[in-house]
Design a protein around this ligand. Structure first.
Ligand SMILES: [Zn+2]
Length: 253
């Protein structure tokens, strides 16, 4: 088990975990311990990766799987951490067979059957219960890939309906893309308009970071994510008075 003192020091800087019960925090600590044992979390680009950063990454990575289990991160081994944003040096082919050259720099990447790559600075900076979260974003891609293509459709639980999932996400994605196109500023990261896969990753970030805003903006998507992650962060946030919904849609600039 991760040592008490180091664990406490790391999670005290992560408001996104507030509202979890004592029992849930213990389970999170167990999962984070297992994750750090199972995966190789390694530094790249001259980064000096300390325990605090490793634990912060593991704690945030395990939040989405708190009620799912570590098996959801099976099939790959490494988390590579750069000091800051990094330049991806590869091309990838999308589902339509189109080759994309990635123009960096980026905060994170998630490779199919490969590593999660993170900017250490951004991984430590997130978790504020108020904004985007690169750790949750990249690990959400890992959940999406579990059943094949990265397409915004992770393996649903038996009691869930694929049709309802598809309807909820398709409608929200269309609405979101239209708003991004119109230049309407939103709490949700506009990067989500890139593809259904990115929309799933971005709404997953919001589900944990700004749950009440997501619930207000896209209630159906919130419900589907709550069923998938088996958590209700909006209720947690309401209980501790976090992230009160306010004016989140601003006029176009
Ligand atoms: Zn992404």
């Amino acid at each position: 088990m991760l040592p008490e003192e180091a664990w406490r020091a790391a999670v005290s800087g992560l408001p996104v975990l507030r509202g979890l019960s004592k029992e849930e925090m213990e389970r999170l600590r167990e999962l984070a311990t297992l994750l750090l044992n199972e995966k190789q979390v390694v530094a790249a680009g001259g980064f000096s990766l300390d325990d605090n950063t490793r634990i912060k990454i593991a704690a945030q990575a395990c939040l989405p799987i708190l009620n799912l289990g570590l098996d959801y991160y099976a099939g790959w081994v490494s988390v590579i951490v750069y000091p800051g944003e990094f330049m991806p040096e590869h091309e990838f082919m999308d589902e339509a067979g189109v080759v994309h050259v990635v123009h960096g720099p980026v905060m994170g990447e998630s490779w199919e059957r490969g590593p999660v790559i993170l900017s250490g600075a951004d991984a430590v900076r997130c978790g504020g219960h108020d904004s985007t979260n690169v750790v949750i974003h990249e690990f959400a891609h890992k959940l999406d890939i579990l059943n094949g293509a990265m397409n915004g459709f992770p393996p649903l639980h038996r009691e869930m309906s694929s049709e309802r999932w598809a309807q909820s996400f398709t409608a929200a994605f269309a609405d979101f893309c239209a708003k991004v196109e119109m230049g309407i500023e939103m709490v949700l990261d506009p990067y989500g308009a890139e593809s259904p896969a990115e929309f799933f990753a971005v709404t997953s970030e919001a589900f944990f970071e700004t749950p009440r805003t997501l619930q207000q903006e896209y209630p159906d998507v919130y419900r589907q994510l709550a069923a998938f992650y088996r958590q209700d962060p909006a209720r947690r946030a309401a209980e501790i008075g976090f992230g009160k919904t306010g004016l989140h849609l601003m006029p176009p600039r």
